[in-house]
Design a protein. Structure first.
Length: 363
């Protein structure tokens, strides 16, 4: 099968050296393997600009959604109420999780091209004193918008509430001072900006808030406190860990450090994104999100006027020439999405745009 690069928000294209780590079979009880887990947790704290004992890290088997569900179903008690600020599918998915788990919640929705307002959230908190937790998505890949978690955090902290952030596609690609902002739980996964492969999520937790969650979990396998308690002893996972994925992630963290950490990676992603938007505009193709809130991870593009092709036609044409893009996810316009994270560089963006230009000329 011909290989191609992924221009998606994750899974994404990784380096060959990350992939090669998965050729090694490791025993989960082995001390060397447990040390790798402990090292990963330490490095994630550094990337979040926090440290023990105020914060700690839990690795959780499964996709990013497993991590989000683990937090929501573990830290929100039966007498608590969650406020979800949503402006895309992934914020709305938190509502689905709450619905399934029987978590009392309120949903504050914004249009997909607008960011949740800290001021509006403050008003809702005053109107509903029963709210104990607030959650939102940072980089909402439904549209590519980057939400203002700083302004929301300020309001949430002033009200004395617990703040939960889904930073799935932004952590590692956008610098987030977790402690300074007062984020209590921030969730991401192995196959996003750190450029590992799918298989586990990770949660950076305010330790005090995590301790308060003991005994609250609505799930056995997704019990965040129990997972931490086992892992914190010596690095052993509670149930079977995705060993090959863990080894790949450790290598990905090493390569991130070699690149220059979050500042260097964020700069590359931002430059990729700027170049992509500029080149697409030259073809009459423009972003769905305004420049003020467009994130550097993935961009939703509006189809050019009077287009006469389907997404599948364009997708296949581009894939045959070495790249894969994403269909649009917003419902009020015809769109497609292009990500620019992973092992993607200026040359890839230029090549992709040349391919799209050729496609449009043929149509």
């Amino acid at each position: 099968m011909p290989n191609y690069k992924l221009l998606t928000p994750g899974p994404l294209t990784t380096t060959d050296t990350v992939k090669k780590e998965m050729l090694f079979d490791h025993c989960t009880w082995d001390d060397d393997y447990k040390k790798i887990t402990l090292s990963i947790r330490e490095k994630l704290l550094k990337l979040a600009h926090v440290r023990e004992p105020e914060y700690t890290v839990v690795l959780m088997q499964g996709s990013g959604t497993f991590g989000v569900e683990s937090v929501l179903t573990s830290v929100i008690g039966k007498e608590d109420t969650l406020l979800i600020a949503a402006n895309g599918d992934y914020g709305e998915r938190m509502g689905d999780i709450a619905e399934h788990a029987g978590i009392p919640y309120l949903m504050y929705k914004e249009n997909y091209d607008q960011i949740p307002s800290g001021e509006k959230i403050g008003e809702i908190l005053k109107e509903h004193p029963e709210i104990t937790h607030v959650s939102m998505v940072h980089s909402e890949t439904t549209s590519g918008i980057l939400n203002d978690i700083a302004s929301v955090a300020k309001v949430v902290k002033a009200a004395g509430k617990t703040f939960i952030v889904d930073a799935m596609s932004s952590f590692g690609g956008v610098d987030i001072p977790v402690g300074e902002l007062g984020i209590d739980f921030i969730i991401s996964s192995a196959n996003k900006c750190i450029q590992g492969v799918p298989g586990f999520s990770f949660i950076i937790c305010n330790r005090e808030k995590l301790m308060e969650s003991k005994g609250k979990a609505r799930s056995l396998s997704l019990d965040l406190y129990d997972q931490w308690e086992t892992m914190n002893k010596d690095g052993k996972w509670r149930f079977t860990s995705p060993t090959h994925v863990v080894l790949a992630f450790a290598q990905a963290l090493k390569e991130m450090e070699e690149e220059g950490g979050i500042p260097a990676r964020a700069k590359r992603y931002e430059e990729n994104n700027r170049l992509l938007i500029q080149k697409m505009a030259q073809m009459g193709i423009y972003p769905y999100i305004g420049s003020e809130h467009q994130g550097p991870i993935i961009t939703t593009f509006l189809y050019p006027e009077h287009h006469s092709f389907s997404f599948q036609e364009m997708y296949q044409y581009i894939k045959d020439r070495g790249y894969a893009i994403y269909p649009g996810k917003v419902t009020d316009a015809d769109t497609f999405r292009i990500g620019n994270i992973g092992e993607i560089y200026k040359e890839d963006i230029e090549k992709l745009c040349s391919i799209i230009k050729e496609f449009l000329e043929e149509k």
